[in-house]
Design a protein. Structure first.
Length: 356
């Protein structure tokens, strides 16, 4: 049996937390100046990869590239990497390969093959320095481990400056992939929380797994809310079901405790309302009338109402047969109720004593 009220409560908590994260991160992203998050504060335009001047010596023709590439190509572009000619080969699947345009390699079987671009650490440092505006010392390049957001062959060079700038350079293209720093990390972290984009492979995307999960949970949350509303409407929670007041008599064993007169509302609410006029505590519950804690259970000495799903889930068959019900789940009616010893002690405990 679905516990609709409990399901609705936990879904509301989960969705509410995500909504809170969305609001807080959205406010922070709008209130903090975008310049503070900038990852390019020490970046300058790099000129190490550019259109190749005609003066550069090119010994590998495009026909050689097509003949030796052994891969279906959609585009071939002549560029320069550190003033040396190279071809940028774009495959039909979108992947790019970079080969030198001024030399070919010879295999052990004396066959000519294209010479793939693979820059040395010294050349990587040269490119990094050219893209960095400042006098900070650059650390040696480090290979990235398990990073699927950067192209294969990308190295990281860290600058010893006030924001810990990180420069990402690709060994196979000579391209400066990105500049990042600790401030841009904060921005990425806020964006991740804002968009629920907890998988770095997505980039920043509106349509991904976690968004779809929250959407489905929100739908279930709405359905459970409608289900609870219909149940409460059926029970007459929102209007007076009777024109004449009914009387509820509370007993401690055979001893009369109180008589309550009311027209509508839940049994628990009316009992506690009457208790408040006497400045006593009434029934203390942990779930606030949610049908979960069982601390508002009373025994109907007269004919009990039909057991609802919360009664059945919380009480044993023996107690149900003896007339025990959750007073938070039933509309007030003419009834004689027996209270438990704990409820009796709470009934006589003054609220002023609690405050003291």
């Amino acid at each position: 049996m679905i516990r609709w009220q409990q399901l609705h409560k936990w879904l509301g908590l989960l969705i509410g937390l995500q909504l809170l994260l969305w609001i807080v991160t959205g406010l922070l992203l709008n209130m903090i100046p975008s310049a503070w998050f900038s990852a390019s504060m020490h970046q300058q335009q790099s000129v190490v990869a550019q259109t190749t001047p005609i003066s550069l010596q090119i010994t590998v023709s495009i026909n050689d590239v097509v003949r030796l590439s052994h891969m279906p190509l959609s585009d071939i572009e002549l560029i320069a990497i550190l003033a040396r000619p190279a071809y940028q080969l774009t495959q039909v699947n979108g992947q790019q390969v970079f080969v030198w345009a001024d030399t070919l390699q010879t295999t052990t079987k004396h066959q000519q093959v294209l010479s793939r671009v693979s820059l040395t650490d010294l050349q990587i440092q040269q490119i990094s320095r050219a893209s960095y505006r400042g006098d900070a010392k650059l650390a040696p390049a480090k290979a990235l481990k398990h990073d699927t957001t950067m192209p294969v062959g990308t190295l990281m060079i860290t600058a010893n400056d006030e924001v810990d700038t990180r420069i990402y350079v690709n060994r196979h293209s000579g391209s400066v992939i990105a500049h990042q720093n600790n401030r841009s990390d904060y921005q990425q972290w806020l964006l991740m929380l804002h968009f629920m984009d907890y998988n770095s492979e997505n980039g920043v995307s509106f349509n991904h797994f976690w968004t779809q999960i929250i959407a489905v949970l929100s739908l279930i949350f709405a359905i459970s809310g409608v289900r609870l509303l219909l149940y409460q409407l059926q029970q007459g929670f929102f209007w007076s079901a009777r024109k004449r007041p009914v009387t509820v008599t509370l007993y401690d064993s055979q001893k009369l405790i109180a008589q309550i007169s009311a027209k509508s509302g839940l049994m628990l609410d009316n009992i506690n309302k009457h208790a408040s006029t006497l400045h006593t505590k009434g029934f203390i519950t942990e779930c606030g009338g949610g049908g979960q804690c069982g601390q508002c259970v009373v025994q109907y000495l007269s004919t009990p109402p039909s057991a609802c799903e919360y009664d059945i889930a919380k009480l044993s068959k023996r107690k149900l047969a003896q007339g025990y019900r959750l007073s938070c789940q039933h509309i007030i009616s003419n009834a004689n109720l027996a209270l438990s010893p704990q409820q009796v002690s709470q009934w006589y405990e003054k609220t002023s004593d609690v405050n003291q």
